[in-house]
Ligand binder design. Structure first.
Ligand SMILES: Cc1cc2nc3c(=O)[nH]c(=O)nc-3n(C[C@H](O)[C@H](O)[C@H](O)COP(=O)(O)O)c2cc1C
Length: 325
């Protein structure tokens, strides 16, 4: 049904789905109509994600990515088996095109993680708001509240960054030297960090565990990692949430879907995960965004207009490294 050539082009686009720290831990194999995804455990985040929560959210994102690609080709996932080391997808033919998926497909390449400031503000029309503020999302556009949440994000981020092991693990996924082989492959590189010229220059000195320990000691750690002024340039913040009973896999699908939907409207963003990971700030966000009591927060995305001129190159592993024979 799917030949190897087509499989490669499917997986190439599926791999554009977001993964936490851009670790891209998923490997792919094809056997007739069965697609097997396995998790490369060396690419897990044992310190930042000890319970594999973000790993399965990321798996949900690529799951939706796969469904979108199959739909484009008149195929669908007809069965799914979740195992400890990955997921088996049974693929079958589908005579009816799913139009919602087709619309999402148009945004797969355009979507990206925008960590820079937003150079322009935008006002949202009715159509935008019906996407940004919906059953699975709550939206804030009051600039005072955005500033307050941006500051809270700095606090929650520093709570994690000041832990030595957390910082060391993060550094393993930062690509600070443009000459390194994997600069455009995985992790988060200087071009996608949204840094200005000076920040880019100093990043390779500051983002090292030894220097950061010193900065912490002289109480400069929080100041140096603060990004509230960047977050505050957002035109809005979208909290994405789902029924408490939903699995992380389902939550990941909703997270990616909302990100693609806002891309289709001409917006871009990036997640503010530490707000969700920190119990105190998670609780505060529930109040600020007025999250229904039977829903859990998946993430919060900052929202602003897409800046095509400054869009960083998407960093992905070469296809040969993610497809298994
Ligand atoms: C579960 C999850 C959590 C994420 N959390 C953050 C985050 O806190 N901050 C951030 O800048 N990006 C975050 N990201 C975005 C990824 O780092 C990003 O998608 C990845 O680097 C690939 O880049 P791209 O989205 O531009 O393709 C997260 C992504 C996922 C799937």
């Amino acid at each position: 049904m799917i030949n190897q050539y087509e499989f490669k082009s499917i997986i190439q686009r599926v791999s554009l789905s977001p993964t936490a720290h851009n670790t891209q831990p998923f490997r792919w194999g094809l056997n007739n109509n069965i697609i097997k995804m396995t998790i490369d455990s060396k690419r897990k985040l044992p310190i930042a994600d000890p319970s594999d929560h973000d790993l399965w959210i990321s798996a949900g994102c690529i799951g939706l990515g796969l469904k979108i690609e199959l739909n484009d080709r008149g195929l669908k996932v007809s069965d799914i088996k979740i195992e400890e080391d990955g997921i088996t997808y049974v693929v079958s033919e589908e005579s009816e095109l799913n139009h919602e998926m087709r619309d999402l497909s148009a945004s797969v390449e355009k979507r990206y993680c925008h960590r820079d400031i937003y150079k322009k503000k935008t006002s949202f029309d009715k159509n935008d708001l019906s996407v940004l503020d919906s059953k699975n999302s709550s939206f804030i556009k009051d600039s005072k509240v955005i500033k307050k949440i941006a500051k809270a994000h700095d606090k929650s981020t520093y709570f994690f960054l000041k832990k030595e092991e957390y910082f060391k693990e993060l550094c393993m996924w930062l690509r600070l030297r443009q000459k390194s082989e994997n600069y455009h492959w995985d992790g988060i590189n200087l071009c996608s960090m949204g840094f200005n010229f000076l920040e880019k220059f100093f990043a390779k000195y500051v983002m090292s565990p030894k220097v950061f320990s010193f900065l912490k000691m002289i109480s400069l750690g929080e100041v140096i990692t603060a990004e509230a002024s960047k977050v505050a340039t957002s035109s809005g913040l979208m909290a994405i949430h789902i029924d408490t009973e939903a699995s992380n896999l389902e939550a990941g699908e909703v997270f990616y879907k909302k990100w693609l939907e806002m891309t289709a409207l001409g917006y871009t963003g990036s997640p503010l995960s530490t707000l969700i990971d920190h119990p105190k700030y998670n609780k505060k966000c529930r109040e600020w965004f007025n999250i229904p009591s039977n829903h859990k927060l998946i993430n919060i995305l900052k929202v602003g207009p897409t800046d095509l001129l400054n869009q960083p190159k998407r960093c992905r592993l070469p296809i040969e490294k993610i497809i298994e024979d």
